[in-house]
Design a protein around this ligand. Structure first.
Ligand code: KIV
Ligand code: ZN
Length: 545
């Protein structure tokens, strides 16, 4: 019996306006939406400094387009998109807008100073969305989509249109919308499987149908945008490429609404590893995939599952004796990619007590961060303090130190000065805290609780007068070893769940980390500049026009 030929299915119908015309090669554009669709996932919200750092890392990774946010959603979103557009070079910087003048003008205001700006306009087209969300007829949807694209084109020459929930749209109506928006000037048409409903064959058929039957399709790049509700986002995106799409929308680590979006690292490595099958290239520097994945996970606190393809801790670990034996004889027995191709470090032990500034700076750059000299100095001081407490400083430890100083961290209006707890099997857990108030006065108080952490939270509540429900509390070991730092991430909900605020802190003492994380969230509540409130007023994608 002969083995099936894995190269038997060649790519079909590349989208005629695909960028091979520019490069001479059949290239797939990578559109990263970590900072927009990804940031919409619970627990993934980032501050301006964190977003800028991720955007720089994405540009360094070589993504074609960075969707930096949804500028109308909040002042914070707007400012982040504007800052990224002003600073980040190399990649196109894109802002999302619903199909109305206010959204589009605001998106343009945010991206206009980018080296390569793009406006991404979307409007739902499926009968479910038309009837229940938009309450619009087919004619009204086409009219609105065309008007939106025209307005965007008048401002920006690079305009993308997305028919939201394209996957559940009647095929003939989808063709009509796509034709109309290309006539109106859209240069990219993105075809979202918004609810992750389609099977790969169906998604490929939808793309192939548009390429074959929309007469002006050659004037636009066809793009995929797949969600992972059935675990098929990457498979569907790749099926779309096979059917001729030449842009893939994806996120680092696959973060995104609900089950997430297609994982960038998986799409890119599938295209590269199976070049024989797909016959297309991307411009991604694959050896930056692992550092960027780590950076995002560390900034958001969203852990990457151990067995996650490409960037999971176990992705290149060979445990069984038979596999190890095969690997020693020839790596290709059990390895289709080399860890170094995706930037997995050979060892992540980096620095110790005697390491100097230069070693620290080199490591910071290697990890993908861009720090000023002043920031390096502050991180170096923290590093020295940490190195007194623990012998070996790993990348993860360093990441925690760096992220404390990224951009517009929440001002520490309430500051923990000291902390004392008692706990054990036969004592009532108590906590005494000494806290500096925003007006400079130092206040002390004590409380009892179910355990020392509960007692601390109650004592902090008494001092600050901020009452909130603890919605989530996670402790994780930042690196390895018994002396590892513990990082606490928690979420406080105020006003009956209407607004939630994240707090995060790390220390070699997890009780201290808990107190600092709680105060960090209390400070965010006090600052009240969290975007949640604004989002509630304006809405998110999916909230209609
Ligand atoms: O999933 C979706 O439909 C979207 C659009 C806004 C492109 O994210
Ligand atoms: Zn989406």
């Amino acid at each position: 019996m002969t083995a099936p030929d894995p190269t038997a299915a060649p790519p079909t119908n590349p989208s005629p306006a695909a960028p091979e015309a520019e490069t001479g090669r059949d290239r797939v554009r990578i559109f990263d939406t970590t900072l927009r669709d990804g940031e919409q996932s619970p627990g993934a919200s980032m501050n301006l400094g964190e977003k800028l750092e991720i955007a720089r890392a994405l540009a360094g990774l070589g993504v074609d387009v960075i969707e930096a946010g949804f500028p109308i959603a909040s002042v914070g979103d707007f400012e982040a998109v504007r800052a990224i557009a002003a600073e980040v070079a190399g990649s196109t910087v894109c802002g999302l807008a619903r199909c109305n003048d206010r959204d589009i003008d605001r998106a343009w205001e945010a991206v206009q100073f980018a080296q390569k700006p793009r406006i991404h306009v979307f409007l739902a087209t499926s009968p479910i969305h038309r009837e229940h969300k938009l309450r619009m007829s087919r004619e009204q949807v086409v009219e609105r989509a065309v008007a939106g694209v025209r307005r965007a084109v008048a401002l920006c020459k690079d305009v993308e249109f997305s028919p939201e929930d394209a996957a559940r749209t009647e095929p003939e109506f989808l063709r009509e919308v796509i034709r109309a928006v290309i006539d109106a000037g859209a240069t990219t048409v993105n075809i979202p499987d918004t609810v992750g409903y389609l099977m790969p064959g169906q998604y490929a058929a939808m793309i192939a149908d548009l390429i074959a039957n929309v007469p002006n399709i050659g004037r636009a790049v066809v793009s995929t945008h797949c969600h992972d509700d059935l675990g098929l986002a990457v498979a569907n995106s790749l099926a779309g490429v096979q059917a001729g799409a030449r842009q893939v929308e994806c996120t680092i680590n696959g973060i995104g609404e609900r089950a997430g979006n297609a994982a960038l690292e998986e799409v890119v490595m599938a295209l590269r590893t199976r070049h024989d099958y797909f016959g297309v290239d991307t411009t991604i520097k694959t050896e930056r995939l692992y550092p960027v994945s780590r950076m995002l996970s560390s900034i958001t606190g969203l852990a990457v599952q151990r067995n996650k393809a490409i960037v999971g801790r176990n992705a290149f670990a060979h445990e069984s004796g038979i596999h190890q034996d095969g690997m020693l004889k020839n790596r290709s027995t059990y390895e289709i990619m080399r860890p170094e191709d995706v930037g997995v470090p050979q060892t992540d032990l980096v620095l110790g007590k005697h390491s100097g500034r230069h070693a620290l700076r080199d490591r910071v750059v290697e990890m993908g961060y861009t720090l000023s000299d002043e920031q390096v100095e502050v991180v170096f001081n923290d590093f020295k303090a940490l190195a007194d407490k623990k012998k070996e400083i790993y990348d993860e430890d360093l990441a925690v130190l760096i992220e404390k100083h990224l951009g517009d961290a929440v001002p520490a209006s309430w500051q923990l000065l000291s902390l004392h707890t008692t706990a054990g099997t036969s004592v009532l857990p108590t906590a005494t805290v000494s806290i500096k108030r925003p007006d400079g006065e130092i206040v002390q108080d004590a409380a009892i609780g179910d355990g020392p952490v509960d007692a601390i939270f109650k004592a902090v509540e008494r001092v600050t007068g901020v009452h909130a429900n603890l919605h989530e509390f996670v402790v994780r070991s930042v690196s390895q070893g018994k002396d590892a730092q513990g990082e606490v991430t928690l979420e406080l909900e105020v006003e009956s769940g209407e607004a939630s605020f994240r707090g995060r802190a790390a220390s070699t003492d997890i009780i201290e980390a808990s107190a600092l994380a709680y105060l960090n969230a209390v400070n965010a509540i006090s600052a009240r500049k969290d975007r949640t409130d604004v989002r509630e007023v304006v809405g998110r994608p999916g909230a209609g026009l």
